[in-house]
Design a protein around this ligand. Structure first.
Ligand SMILES: [Zn+2]
Length: 780
């Protein structure tokens, strides 16, 4: 090898090797957790584990700060290789002249090397390492990366590290929104961070800032007007509180993504507004010792969370569980799941919208549901039962559909909180026997709206439309394949929303409340047992709002209902947001069905009046009207007759609406036009095909439990019978032993011990009904 070449290689090695062997500047300190809104504005932050405000690195450099910083610190930053020999030489001269180190002659890159070594004392050895490290950094990193490294790690006084933490702490704004005056002030700070503290320092800080502004003017970076105005600006001062408009969301990410910068889907303006609305309602609710509320808003199309208010942030709420993120807390559902049952039954063809559902006293073993207002209407259309949130019809429907199927439906529509077997919940599942979160509830409603919207747009389904709310926008994923396996059809969802659309309606949960909204809003409230949870959820074609009110510690309050406490918040937010888009009927997959006008069932041959309604195709196989039948009457239509006791030529055949006796008993009271069937004519025999009476209590087969402390004792029960003609006498027997006779009011009291019993009621015409029931005592 050529000798000169050898020398060159060795010489190069001698210079390059120390650079390669020198430490690469690295920053491993813990970071703050930073939560951003969808526009990049700061929603909230948590301090890093070492007690420093040190934000995760940003991916861009603010223009004004860069100009100010480079003018102040390193004019040749984009031209030097990490070290500026001229500056070093000048500094060396200065230091020799004064006999101590007064100037470092450092480039920005060298300062990074120094900061990364923990700002050690300025020695010549340290300086050499800084120089080598700076050269190495420049060798492996771009200028922009180096600049970002400096901006993220420069000290800004006290426990504030990096520009972003500094501008939010001292100026309450993003580094991208700085004025020239502030950009200049922040550019001089890392060089002497203590200047930020108020007092004498401020004068020195102002002097340095103003000098820098003059330089920027001289370099033509700012104009004279900007200079004059900037010189008058106040300096960054004492630290202020960081923005905290979604504290519970910040806390959630502090647990799940500590030390990260999270860009969420939150709309910052809406978030503020929701906080305001919640807090203003809270100021009233607190008078009734209701201290907590939460609200989440989810977009229909992508499921993006637009606002996340996990609790009230009113002063003093901390003593009342204000830190609890209610959006993620499991609470009893009250009536809020009823629409899903309705949708499931429309979907399966078990129900048509106007089908009459019994609304009479109902008893199950250990469970006797009551309507909110404790009244019974006999029978009510399914849609109206849903709109009024009647409990007994809901339980009757769940009994028909089964808890197993309903639980399965809940899981398929996105609920994960119902993880007990169906018999654990039983029929109470529809009245709040299970718990869910506002997060899952709002997510499920958003999924349903999404399914309906997609069907109307594309005429198909995707299983992936059922998903939880989304807090961090993911990059677009390829949509999954079209599927036939869907829990709910678009038509069943649409029919359910139709039932939930009536905004100004009497609400049985609290009496009459007036709500107005200038668009189509499908909404539902829920109130849990003991007035512990007030829910309201509503959807338009654009977004879903879920609201919860109550006490985080679970304390119930009289008057705490979904309608009185949660719905007013829901409507204030909907009215603020507005929405012009309504849901469209998915006619392509629906059909018209001829139904009985009176019963709402599919019309049978004896239904006198019918009408056409839109329904799910599966509704075509739903049950036909069971209540219309032909009866035979005498000429004056006063008695029922048969051909055995009347002249066949004079018999009138009439189609009549005949409800079972117990339903009729209550239905008649609310429907004065309902006509009971005439009695059988004297001398005619009753064919007994139309029962004249029925037990209201007990229900056949029911198990009546004796409370534990009364084990072995007799228990008092109050049987009741509904008779189509209350003036008829009824003779009561228990286990073949005569008890009593009743007339008009067919209700008795009796005492019975543990074991099986048969109760018999015989009317004066000899019509007999029996009811077997069991009184059981708990196992010892
Ligand atoms: Zn009918």
């Amino acid at each position: 090898m050529n000798r000169k070449l050898k020398i060159l290689i060795i010489a190069t090695g001698v210079i390059v090797a120390p650079v390669l062997l020198s430490p690469m500047p690295k920053f491993r300190a813990p970071l703050s957790t930073v939560i951003e809104a969808k526009d990049g504005s700061l929603l909230g932050a948590k301090i890093a584990d070492d007690g420093q405000w040190r934000f995760p690195p940003s991916d861009s450099v603010p223009y004004k700060f860069e100009k100010a910083l480079l003018t102040f610190e390193d004019n040749y930053f984009y031209r030097h290789p990490g070290v500026n020999p001229v500056a070093l030489f000048r500094a060396a001269l200065l230091n020799i002249k004064s006999g101590r180190i007064v100037s470092g002659g450092s480039t920005l890159t060298m300062q990074i090397a120094r900061i990364s070594r923990g700002n050690r004392a300025r020695t010549y050895a340290g300086k050499i390492i800084e120089i080598l490290s700076a050269l190495k950094l420049e060798l492996f990193r771009s200028k922009e990366e180096i600049l970002r490294m400096y901006i993220s790690n420069a000290p800004f006084g006290g426990n504030t590290v990096g520009l972003e933490a500094a501008t939010w702490r001292y100026s309450g704004t993003s580094p991208f929104n700085l004025t020239w005056a502030d950009a200049a002030a922040y550019a001089v700070l890392p060089n002497s961070p203590s200047l930020v503290f108020p007092g004498k320092n401020q004068e020195r800080l102002k002097k340095r800032r103003d000098d820098l502004l003059e330089k920027l003017y001289k370099k033509d970076i700012i104009d004279s007007v900007t200079l004059i105005l900037s010189l008058d600006e106040t300096l960054p001062g004492e630290p202020i509180n960081l923005p905290s408009s979604a504290p519970h969301l910040t806390a959630k990410f502090y647990r799940e993504a500590k030390g990260k910068r999270v860009k969420t889907t939150i709309d910052p303006v809406l978030q503020q507004k929701v906080n305001e609305i919640i807090n203003s309602h809270q100021s009233v609710l607190e008078n009734n010792h209701i201290y907590n509320s939460a609200c989440i808003i989810v977009s229909v199309e992508k499921g993006y969370v637009m606002a996340y208010t996990g609790n009230s942030t009113r002063p003093g709420v901390a003593e009342h569980g204000g830190d609890v993120d209610i959006i993620q807390s499991r609470r009893s559902t009250g009536s809020i799941l009823k629409p899903l049952l309705y949708a499931g039954m429309e979907n399966s063809g078990d129900l048509l919208p106007n089908t009459l559902v019994p609304d009479i006293p109902t008893h199950f073993s250990g469970f006797s549901p009551k309507n909110f207002d404790q009244t019974y209407s006999g029978a009510v259309t399914a849609a109206s039962a849903l709109a009024q949130s009647l409990n007994i019809p809901a339980v009757k429907l769940l009994q028909k559909f089964s808890s197993e199927r309903f639980l399965d439906l809940l899981k398929k529509t996105g609920f994960t909180t119902f993880n007990q077997p169906a018999d654990h919940y039983g029929l109470s599942l529809i009245l709040g026997g299970g718990e869910t979160t506002l997060w899952e509830l709002t997510g499920a409603y958003a999924s349903l709206s999404r399914v309906l919207e997609r069907f109307n747009r594309e005429k198909n389904y995707r299983r992936s439309d059922y998903h939880p709310p989304v807090l961090v926008a993911a990059s677009e994923t390829k949509p999954d394949s079209i599927t036939g396996d869907i829990p709910l059809s678009a038509s069943s969802i649409w029919l359910t929303y139709q039932a939930l659309l009536k905004v100004n309606r009497p609400e049985t949960e609290t009496g009459w409340q007036y709500f107005s909204f200038s668009g189509d809003l499908a909404w539902k409230t829920g109130t849990s047992f003991g007035f512990r949870d007030g829910w309201a959820v509503g959807t338009t074609a654009d977004y879903v709002i879920g609201v919860w009110t109550g006490n985080a510690d679970g304390e119930g309050r009289p008057g705490l209902t979904g309608t009185s406490a949660a719905a007013p918040i829901l409507f204030d937010i909907f009215n603020y947001m507005g929405s012009n888009r309504s849901f469209t009927q998915p006619s392509e997959e629906m059909t018209t069905i001829t139904v009985c006008k009176e019963s709402g069932y599919r019309a049978g041959p004896d239904c006198p009046e019918t009408q056409e309604i839109w329904a799910c195709v599966s509704g075509l196989k739903s049950e036909a009207c069971p209540y219309h039948r032909i009866i035979h009457l005498n000429k004056t239509r006063t008695f029922r007759v048969t051909s055995a006791c009347a002249d066949p030529a004079e018999i009138i055949n009439e189609k009549r609406f005949i409800l079972p006796p117990a339903i009729e008993y209550y239905y008649k009271q609310k429907h004065p036009n309902y006509r009971s069937i005439p009695a059988v004519a004297p001398g005619c025999s009753d064919d007994r095909s139309i029962p004249s009476m029925e037990f209201i209590y007990p229900s056949p087969g029911v198990k009546i439990f004796i409370p534990r402390d009364q084990t072995g004792h007799m228990t008092r029960i109050v049987p009741e019978v509904a008779h189509r003609n209350p003036s008829k006498k009824i003779y009561w027997h228990l286990d073949d032993r005569y008890l009593v006779t009743t007339k008009y009011i067919h209700q008795i009291e009796l005492l019975a011990g543990p074991g099986s019993h048969v109760l018999t009621a015989v009317d004066e015409d000899g019509f007999t009904i029996k009811c077997r029931f069991e009184i059981s005592s708990p196992e010892r």
